[in-house]
Design a protein around this ligand. Structure first.
Ligand SMILES: NC(=O)C1=CN([C@@H]2O[C@H](COP(=O)(O)OP(=O)(O)OC[C@H]3O[C@@H](n4cnc5c(N)ncnc54)[C@H](O)[C@@H]3O)[C@@H](O)[C@H]2O)C=CC1
Ligand SMILES: O=C(O)/C=C\C(=O)CC(=O)O
Length: 347
């Protein structure tokens, strides 16, 4: 007899949430017993990082400020050298998925505990997942060690997000929820997270786009992104994430913009084969969910097609064949011809 047993694993032992929560980061390091902290920042989080460095005083021993999307292994090697020289014993990553990805790459190589302070909606802080790039090939793997033990969600840190990244990063989060909803192996809790995440994003994102400085709406969006990240942590991702990983890793594309432009196309491809997900998403979207998401994606003032992102049309067949040769679990069977058609529509 076949067994239908679902496993629900929760990550991030401790989550702090709310405007100003970043001020509690030094206390979290104290709880961890850390005396030598490596800060991972980006240009956008440099100022917050400097404030934190002052608050940490002598416990701050080094800063690495150059994380790169898709976590290239050579950048990790540079950061590893900085951490080793400073004899760091813990990492604080402040930034989007790139800073948090680098933190994860360092954690698995050193065993250092991580405190993640996300500034986008990508959701990496909630997952035991890391994609790393070597020689232009992105490989994604899962390991509980990747998941930061402490996450600090401070919506004030998202106020500086430009409109484009606000929109595309929120759609990156929505993609985690959508793919969890059509994963037939997902637990009841994951489906609940998926619905709540999709509802939060579809409700709060339009408000934030209209009023970017609305901290309450930003908080709701961030909370939804957390749940979406938890979906990515717990469910199997399908064709959407596979396309994003293959295209992003091969052509070095901007992660959030790529997710944002692909999502409605993959939903049109999959939803007829995923009636339960389609019904839940239709309730949340109050109509055709693929249409609602296409309309949101079209609000982006940057590239909204693969062609505009710089993917050569001649590369699409090769991508489709790579994806169909070893597909992620997906509600609709994945063939090279069907994926090529999807990619052409997105191109
Ligand atoms: N392993 C996982 O579970 C996940 C990993 N990722 C990875 O994360 C990376 C993408 O992360 P993203 O967050 O989309 O982008 P990112 O971290 O690369 O940031 C994009 C740009 O936005 C700037 N930025 C970030 N926060 C800002 C803020 N609050 N205000 C102004 N500017 C800000 C950054 O400095 C950077 O220039 C990719 O490498 C992707 O593969 C993404 C989602 C989940
Ligand atoms: O690239 C990674 O670190 C792994 C997963 C993701 O990027 C998830 C996503 O595609 O948003």
């Amino acid at each position: 007899m076949g067994r239908d047993i679902r496993v629900h694993q929760v990550y991030a032992g401790r989550v702090l949430q709310g405007p100003g929560a970043r001020s509690l980061v030094p206390d979290e390091l104290e709880r961890l017993g850390s005396e030598r902290v490596l800060l991972v920042t980006t240009p956008s989080s440099a100022e917050v990082g400097q404030g934190l460095a002052v608050a940490l005083g002598e416990r701050h021993v080094a800063t690495f400020a150059r994380p790169v999307q898709h976590t290239p292994v050579e950048v990790t090697a540079e950061a590893l050298a900085v951490a080793g020289e400073a004899r760091a014993d813990a990492i604080i990553a402040i930034g989007g998925g790139s800073a948090i990805g680098l933190s994860k790459a360092l954690a698995i190589r050193t065993g250092m505990p991580q405190v993640a302070v996300p500034t986008t909606y990508a959701g990496s802080e909630a997952t035991p997942v890391l994609g790393e790039t070597e020689n232009g090939v992105k490989t994604t793997r899962r390991d509980p060690v990747f998941a930061p033990g402490t996450v600090v969600y401070d919506p004030e840190l998202t106020l500086s997000l430009p409109r484009g990244l606000t929109l595309t990063s929120a759609l990156n989060a929505l993609a985690h929820a959508v793919e969890a909803l059509w994963d037939t192996g997902a637990s009841a809790a994951t489906r609940a997270y998926g619905v709540e995440a999709a509802d939060g994003i579809l409700t709060a994102l339009p408000v934030v786009l209209d009023r970017p400085s609305d901290v309450v709406a930003r908080g709701r969006l961030q909370e939804a992104a957390w749940l979406a990240g938890a979906c990515l942590a717990q469910a199997r991702m399908g064709l959407h994430h596979q396309l994003a990983h293959v295209l992003g890793g091969t052509f070095g594309l901007p992660h959030a913009e790529l997710h944002a432009l692909l999502l409605a196309h993959v939903m049109r491809f999959n939803l007829a084969a995923a009636p339960d997900a389609a019904a839940r998403l239709a309730r949340v979207a109050d109509g055709d969910p693929a249409l609602a998401i296409a309309a949101l994606a079209a609000k982006h003032d940057g590239p909204t097609s693969l062609g505009a992102l710089g993917v050569p049309r001649t590369a699409l067949r090769g991508v489709a064949e790579r994806v169909a040769a070893d597909p992620y679990p997906n509600p609709r069977p994945v063939t090279a011809d069907a994926v090529e058609e999807l990619l052409l529509a997105a191109w």
